[in-house]
Design a protein around this ligand. Sequence first.
Ligand code: AMP
Ligand code: GLY
Length: 423
Amino acid sequence: MKVLIVGSGGREHAIAYSVAKSKRVDKIYCAPGNAGIGLIAECVPIGAMEFDKIVSFAKEKEIDLTIVGMDDPLVGGLVDELEAAGLKAFGPRKNAAILEGSKAFSKDLMKKYNIPTAAYETFDSAQKALGYLEGASFPIVLKADGLALGKGVLICNDIKEAKDGVRAIMEDKQFGSAGNRLVVEEFLTGREVSVLSYVDGRTIKTMTSAQDHKRAGDGDTGLNTGGMGTFSPSPFYTEEVDRFCREHIYQATVDAMAAEGRPFKGIIFFGLMLTEKGPRVLEYNARFGDPEAQVVLPRMKNDIIEVMEACIDGRLDTIDLQFEDNAAVCVVLASEGYPVKYDKGFVIKGLEHFEGQDSYFCFHAGTRLSGEDIVTNGGRVLGVTAKGRDLKEARENAYKATGWITFDNKYMRNDIGKAIDEV
Ligand code: AMP
Ligand code: GLY
């Protein structure tokens, strides 16, 4: 069969890698893809938001399955447009992708269905939000309602910071129309864990857990980024935590969406905070995480196409989802200055070390071809990933492999997976 993947990051490279392993797939296209994806798929210069072009391309090439990896096209309704044209697509429809597309929607859903999450209020005017802050306790969390490249969340330590944040989001529209509404939320403390799951509208099957490192600098300092590295599984995701989440969060979310007339088919990513009072949902995403996919997918034993088709056909209950009994660590190699300002276009050397390896992976995020060379083309450039028998070995392997790659302005965190030492 022929598969089209929509997106261009490390996550889409990890998806393409899994799709390429499927015996049922003869040809992979990626729109728009990147230089690494281009090694296993044919990249086509169509942007992820160019819905008409994507639909025409999928029809013309008789694509059997389109996998939408990114949040923007999902929230914008790409899956609906593909389906309307008679094409098969993996990912939630627009009315279900709102689970990620609107934080106000997801918070109201959790409240209505008693799914544990931080206490919150929603505001559609800056004035009301500012008034509310007068009686609030700090720190407090401000969240722009809509999509904001993972940057629409501000943690404010005092009333001044919070007021400045409200003005930046709602009046100066720092995150554009995502800031038309604002969620003001109780600040939670604890460990964060990401749990990704396949969902077919009714049944949910969770994947192995992972943990991201969102801040740019070592010791969780600096600005929030898309994610600087991950490890999987999380040793903090214990059986007890799993039991609680199964009882109160996972199936409850799927049932809530169905009850609202918004059946969810695709990936639900649960961003969880393990608080003293038990796990709480910080956020939902309607897609694989980036760079969570880079550590979760290489450990999945199933044929990804079979799992995705089972989601689409509503027979996920027949799938026995299995993961390898090992660990993986991904260290993101970024451009110095990310996430603010950075230069691009530097030649990347050492990629050949990853060829023919089955425990080391170099997932491309921001790269492009320039003549014969592969050059840097974004803030996050590569996700160097390694497996190991356990987390410590995986981390050692991943950091060893980061040394195989050189490019000007290469930057990485040196403490990905440090939390492992606390177990
Ligand atoms: P989100 O996009 O909602 O996952 O938020 C981004 C990050 O902000 C999360 O990964 C957390 O580190 C942090 N965060 C979000 N909500 C809260 C909260 N209620 N309390 C503390 N930290 C939070
Ligand atoms: N790594 C977090 C995300 O993909 O949203």
